[in-house]
Ligand binder design. Sequence first.
Ligand code: OOG
Length: 236
Amino acid sequence: MTINDLANRLDHAAISRTPCDQLGELTLNSAYEVQRAVVNRRLNRGERLLGVKLGFTSRAKAAQMGVSDVIAGQLTSGMLLGHTFDLGPYIHPRIEPEIAFLMGHGGTVQAVAPALEIIDSRYRDFTFALSDVVADNASAAGFVIGEWQPVTDVSNRDVLMQFDGQIIESGSTNDILGDPMLSIEAATRLAAEHGIPFGAGSILLAGAATPAVAITPGTRVTTKIESLGELAVSVG
Ligand code: OOG
């Protein structure tokens, strides 16, 4: 199987909303090559690159999925959702609260916002090895950004996620690598190692502070992040 064959398998799964088999033995470098080929298929269909997402920056998330290393995926314009969206395009979507950074020049941060990320593994039963999920663009599927705000200290802040007003997950921003600001260094390093564009104007999703939760139509999802306020979305 070539890199292109593997990318076609993942792209077809996403487009047809039919989960596929895991890819089998693959080095991490080859997995990032498959990711690039998968993202290129989106760009060839007219999408634009908007930034980078990190995966498994929180121990709770890594434990949920049975993996340990921090990984990067790429965010495209087709994944950017409004405050109301439907789940039609996804296979088995889950949602997680995130912090978004808007990057400035030279690794500086221009703005910060609360965010929600929809992840959707293209693999059957949402089950994968680390190389599989890297190839599958870190399960990137959708994201919603709340109001951008001036840069403020976002370390050690409470994070909540509610479904229809009931708390479903809670944590701290320090669950993200011990300090969410460290996600900038991690993204810069992974982007440089794997040829992923990441610079001024890029959005960075720093990784979930809590495990992801399966979502179903008709749910109102709210995240509240201390110092950043709240973001609420309606899932149709
Ligand atoms: C991979 C994506 C993980 C995060 O924030 O840790 C992730 C997955 O769990 O499917 O986005």
